[in-house]
Design a protein. Sequence first.
Length: 488
Amino acid sequence: GSHTIVPPLPLPPPPLPPPPPPPPPVQSTLWGRLAPALLAVLVCWLLPALLYLRFAREGTATSAGAGSAARAGAGRHRGVLYGSLSSFLSVTAMAVMFPFMQVRRDALGCDALCQGGQTSLRSALTLVGAAVIGRASDRVGRVPMLWVGTAASLASIVISLCSDSLTGMWLAVVPAALLNQNFSVCKALFSDYIDEAGGTDADKAGAVGKLGMAVGFSFMVGPILASALISDYRRALLLSAAITAASSVFLLLLPTPSRLSRQQRGGGGGGSSSAGLTGFLSLPVLKLRGAQLLMLVRLKMALAFHMFAPVWQVSIRARFDFGPRDHAQFMGLVGLTYALSQGFIAKPLVRSFGDKVSRLLLLCILVLGGARPVALYTQSVGVVYACYVPMVIALGVMNTAITTAASRLAQKEQLGGFYGVMESVENVAGMVGPALGGLLARVDGFPATLAAVVCFYAAAFVLVALFFSTHVSGAAAAEAAAVVAPPS
């Protein structure tokens, strides 16, 4: 018979060789991780350091003569030292809890909606509390309101210790957010001290700068202290309570400023002649064009800051894959730069510009508005650091300069209330800005948010350029001349 030859089936193709193993991850050295930050600090702090040395020499050369000892003593008032130390400990006590807050929220089932609600509640309470406590410090006294703020912080800690529920977490927000406005009260208290000692605007800027430096360092020290000493939320609360109690020791040492300046500086509406609720709520300084200008500029600057923040967080993670360690390094540099700019740069710059503070503010706005687009689109981490260091310096100097200008417009019996209203304006921006920035980014991407941010900076620039010299510097100079001039 015939045999049919069946061709053999084709063999399956040989398996592909396994892919080569991935190259081992490049282990960046410590120098490689820190080089961009160190380079940025070296470059961006060189000019401010030279300016500081120059102005320090000028200040030493011009301090000779009558009254120089009193003016030098004004910048080193012991109340400024004790108040700064108290603020440092108070904010450190709050920062100690930062590393454990998210774990606590997760344990209690506080989701994104819950966290957003707590943030809104805190902002709304601070919005009200800043104005009320600031005005109360004018009527009752600065130091008593500092005690109220410290007691409110302790009350929030006690509520958190006694309640192990989500309701307790909500309740703990209320006392501290509403009543602890110690930062703005301290600014008004320091201005009282400097006025009492016959200091200058540069001395006021230096005092506010010391306060800002203390707060900046506390945001760095608190988390480091927590990670070194404690490991859970309850111990963090106990440590926070101990540090808060320690901060009250320096409140005992604070000297009480003289109240004679009410008559010396003029009654000017809202003084001691007003009584009751009407007198408490009356704040005539808000009717001044200069005060309205400062509030409007602060609002625009704060809106630009808060609108940029959500876009920045998304962008920096997408471009550089920033992890927790990178964020910690970055925020550490930001905190250190802000603290040092407040402590060492603001005062000599305010002194050097003298009555031309508007030029200093314009320079700060240009740095803030001009560096943000570069920081948002660069693909170099080094450039990001190099942009953020001068931006943070400009932000710290501008805040100090605005605070100093506000102290020249408001009389002593209105200063705390005015500072409180300024803080409330910032809280309005903090409530609206992030949502507005995120909405613009969702509609048209990062360029829309960045365009809005730059427009707010441009509007602030125009306002300062057109009206600051007339309505702020000019009004303050006219008031000073009226107080100095003898009655006819």
